[in-house]
Design a protein around this ligand. Structure first.
Ligand SMILES: [Zn+2]
Length: 206
């Protein structure tokens, strides 16, 4: 009698969703599950030969990852955060000064459009100012985004807000307070923030 012995992995899927796959480098569907290897005799699983191990499997490249990979935000989520933060910073800079300046408002609208919110208008900006969207929502998004940005990306965000602040003239005290606060929240040192603010001021036709 021929007895064919082998090993088969039996996987139970517990959940699925979208994650950023570090192997194939993009937002992918994943399945999170528990796999256990069984001894196979004549094609029938008879004995578990390993402890259950949980893993996340990419639907595209089929690589398996530790569940910790799910804590990394997807590209889609990072894009949304970047838009929220840019919008909050632009609104925050206007609230600190220049709310009624057409040049400052135009700079704020341009900053938000630059990050892909192409339908953003002065009217929407007005609604954001009215709702004071620059406050709480922005702080949360700022914290969530800061952890995933390289120093250059953090400086760039402060520069975006600085240009809005400068659009109607040199920095006001309240604008500087706002910019220093945002920079610190993003994890930049005081010297780094000062450099960004000086550079932005140097590029403005004052
Ligand atoms: Zn993948």
């Amino acid at each position: 009698m021929v007895v064919i012995v082998g090993v088969r992995t039996v996987r139970t899927v517990l959940e699925d969703g979208e994650f950023f796959c570090p192997e194939c480098g993009g937002d992918r569907r994943y399945q999170y599950g528990v796999g256990r290897r069984f001894l196979l005799v004549c094609g029938i699983a008879v004995l578990p030969v390993s402890r259950p191990a949980s893993s996340v499997e990419c639907a595209v490249c089929r690589f398996g990852f530790d569940p910790g990979v799910l804590t990394v935000p997807t590209g889609r989520r990072l894009t949304a955060l970047l838009r929220d933060v840019t919008r909050a910073l632009a609104v925050g800079a206007l609230v600190a000064g220049g709310e009624s300046s057409p040049a400052a408002r135009a700079a704020a609208v341009a900053a938000v459009r630059d990050v892909g919110v192409t339908a953003y208008t002065d009217e929407l900006l007005g609604a954001d100012l009215y709702a004071h969207a620059g406050e709480d929502d922005g702080v949360e998004a700022l914290d969530a985004l800061a952890a995933h940005l390289a120093p250059g990306g953090r400086a760039r965000l402060v520069a975006v807000a600085a240009r809005v602040a400068l659009a109607d003239g040199p920095y006001r005290t309240l604008e500087l307070d706002m910019l220093l606060g945002a920079g610190a929240r993003l994890g930049l040192t005081r010297a780094e923030i000062d450099r960004v603010l000086d550079e932005a001021a140097g590029h403005m036709p004052l």
